[in-house]
Structure formats: C-alpha cells, structure tokens
Design a protein around this ligand. Structure first.
Ligand SMILES: Cc1ncc(COP(=O)(O)O)c(C=O)c1O
Length: 400
C-alpha cells in the first residue's frame, strides 16, 4: 500500500504473532493449550512498590513530569548504578522512558543515519533489528552458536566492525538464550572495542538480577572503564521487580546522548507515567530482599526444564547462566515427520506441529536469528512446565 512509509516496509511483522494468534484461537475453541511464550515473571509486583504507587496517586502526583524522569527517580537510578555496578553517574546522565524498549529506541533514533551499522549478536531479542531498521540504520548480526554457549567471540566482533559501525548492541544475560558473559568473556569483547574508538556500546542489562549458580553479572563500562564515555547502559524494572505493565526503563551515558534522547522523547510520548515513576523509586530504593528467593525459584525451574528437555530425542538443551529462557537446538528433529503427518522442515514447522498436536505454544528460533531452535520462557508454574515438557518429549518420541 503506497500510503505507508518506505521505512515501515523494511520492518518485518513480528514472527511470533502467528504462533501466538494460533494459540489464542485454540484456547478460545476450548483446547488445552500451555503457553510458554510470554517474557514476563509470573508473580505479582511486590506490595511495597504497589503501595508507593497508591500513595503517589493519593498525593496527586498525577501530572506531567520532566520529560525524561523525575529527579527522585534519577537519583535512585544513580544510587543503583553506584551500588550494583560500580558506575558513577550524575542525574544529567540518566534518561527514564516508557520501558527499556523506548529507551533503546530513543537512543537509536537519536543517533542513526542511513547506512549506519549496528552489530547485534544472534540469537537476539526480536525487537533489536527492527528498531534499527525503523531508525534508518542497518542491523549486522553475528551468530553465537550453541557450541560457544550462544556467545560471540572477540574475533567475530573484530571481523564485523567496519567504518560504518556506530553501535555494538550487547545483551547479557540474553533473551532468548539466557547466555551470560563472564567478566573474562566480556573483557575479550571490550578489548576489541577499545581498538575501535568510533564504535559505541549499547548494553541491555535487563536480566541483571536473574543469574544462577555462581555466575556474576558484569556490564561493559564496569569491565572496561575506558569505554565509559561511549557506553549507554540500559536497564529497567520490568523483569527484576515483576513490573512489566508499569512501563519504566532507564539508561545512563554521556550527557550529549542523554539530551538527544530526551529530545526524541519530548516529541513523541513525553514523560513516562508519573505514578509508575514513583513506583520505580520504591523498587530501586526499597528492600531488595525478594530478589534472592526469586533467583532460587527460577534456577529450580531452569533445572527442571533443562533436565526434562534433554530427555527428548532430537533435542539438545544447554544450561543457561541467567534470564528465564532456554533455547534448545532441535537439529535432531529436522527432516522427520510427526505422528500427525507434519514434515519438520524447520523450527517454525516444529513449533506449528507441536502446537497443533500437543497444545504447547513456544517461539521458534528463526524469530531470534538462530535456527533450528526454540525458546521456552520458564516464567510459569512448575506444574505447567512439567506438563509441557512431557508433551514435548512425547512429540519428539513420535517423530519418525
Ligand atoms: C532483552 C530485553 N530488553 C528489553 C526488554 C524490554 O523491557 P521493557 O520495555 O519492559 O523495559 C525486554 C522485554 O522483553 C527484553 O527481553
């Protein structure tokens, strides 16, 4: 349709929508569907945070605020970066938006010119490449295969950098794989970046608090202080504090970039919801004691899912370091035929047949830029996870 913009034509419709719609249709028809697609914690926002929001409403904090965040929240964010990441920022270096998603989008809109390249390790969060396209840039994916724990190597990064590279968009722990880079692994990448001063780093630390075993989260500007002046450190309250619906994300970085991002936001959405900002102040400044039990809960679910999936013929599921996703390979299932007669030609065919024949809804790997795989979000009850994994095992046993 000529009426729509050329830019929009470059953006793919969400590849996850087909499976989601199909699952919804089946549910509406009364079928027994288990959804493992949602990327959000399955528990409620902590009470102290809800109370802070109620207080904000009662105190009339219901008007426009400063475009990129109230001073109280910016202070809380500076304190968080100092406390948890050994990073010193002033409030002028902080931007608050309507979710980490808007913050990432603002940064890309504020900096990309046509032809500018953004290096994105694959598998990646579905939105990265399309946000880059919307902002007029060119996404450049580098594949981190299962054999390297879904992580890229310094040599791969070095080879992908060109004079047009503007950003390296980094995400650890990762959606969709749960892969987390250790300090040594990240140092390998930051050493490469130190040799290329024209490349900036956008790091999406959304899953910082969801890490398991003895994995220790680190962020690029902490590992390599020499990158501080060209790093945008992005984070948010959605995943750690079970606040996906409140829509608060934030970033810290050089003042000039932060001002440019505020300019984009000022002409699009203005401030993020005032009440949500006060809730986020409480999330960051209030008690943090529920984070540790959540980590234990998610780790237990991870182990449950990994253990069960590895029993399914044709599936290989590595153990992720963090987040609440697993990203098994289904290479051993490709080319087979399901009991229902579906040819498993690729991971999309696997996901479709699995949904139709067993009622398990998950997202196929092609959506995230690495196949043949699928992503399961294990942010759901143990009972649902066990049921779903047993259905997957039975489905794979039926492939011939
Ligand atoms: C890697 C990653 N970054 C950013 C986001 C966006 O989070 P929000 O916009 O809710 O802050 C998500 C949400 O799924 C995510 O998985």
């Amino acid at each position: 349709m000529a009426f729509l913009s050329d830019t929009l034509a470059r953006v793919k419709p969400s590849p996850t929508i087909a499976v989601t719609n199909k699952a919804l249709e089946m549910k509406a028809a009364g079928e027994d569907v288990i959804g493992l697609g949602a990327g959000e914690p399955d528990f409620d926002t902590p009470q102290n945070i809800k109370d802070a929001a109620k207080r904000a409403i009662d105190e009339g904090r219901t008007k426009y605020t400063a475009v990129d965040g109230i001073p109280e929240l910016k202070s809380a964010i500076c304190a968080k970066f100092a406390r948890e990441n050994n990073l010193t920022y002033t409030p002028q270096q902080v931007s608050v938006g309507t979710g980490g998603k808007q913050v990432l989008y603002n940064a890309l809109m504020a900096t990309l010119n046509p032809g500018d390249e953004v290096i994105i390790p694959a598998p990646y969060w579905v939105s990265y490449p399309d946000m880059v396209l919307l902002a007029g840039g060119t996404p450049v994916a580098i594949e981190g295969p299962m054999q390297t724990g879904y992580k890229i190597t310094p040599d791969q990064l070095e080879a992908a950098i060109t004079p047009r590279t503007k950003w390296f968009l980094f995400n650890s722990p990762s959606n969709p794989t749960g892969a987390g880079y250790s300090r040594a692994e990240l140092k390998g990448l930051t050493d490469v970046l130190m040799r290329h001063p024209h490349v900036w780093v956008m790091t999406d630390d959304m899953y910082e608090h969801l890490v398991f075993d003895d994995f220790r989260f680190v962020t690029p500007a902490e590992v390599e202080p020499g990158l501080y002046d060209r790093t945008l450190t992005v984070n948010g309250v959605s995943k750690a504090y079970a606040m996906t619906g409140w829509r608060i994300g934030y970033a810290a970085g050089p003042v000039e970039l932060i001002r440019a991002m505020a300019k984009v936001q000022s002409q699009s959405t203005s401030n993020p919801c005032s009440v949500s900002q006060w809730a986020a102040v409480e999330a960051l400044n209030g008690p943090q004691d529920f984070l540790a039990p959540n980590r234990v809960l998610f780790q237990r679910r991870r182990d449950l899912v990994v253990g069960l999936l590895n029993r399914a013929p044709g599936i290989e599921c590595p153990v992720p370091e963090g987040a609440f996703y697993v990203y098994p390979s289904i290479a051993g299932c490709i080319g087979k035929t399901s009991r229902g007669g579906a040819r498993i030609v690729d991971d999309e065919a696997f996901a479709t047949a699995l949904l139709e024949e067993t009622g398990v809804a998950l997202v196929h790997g092609a959506a995230f830029g690495l196949s043949p795989n699928f992503r399961i979000s294990y942010a759901t009850s143990d009972a649902a996870l066990e049921d779903a994994c047993r259905r997957i095992i039975a489905f794979c046993e039926g492939l011939g």
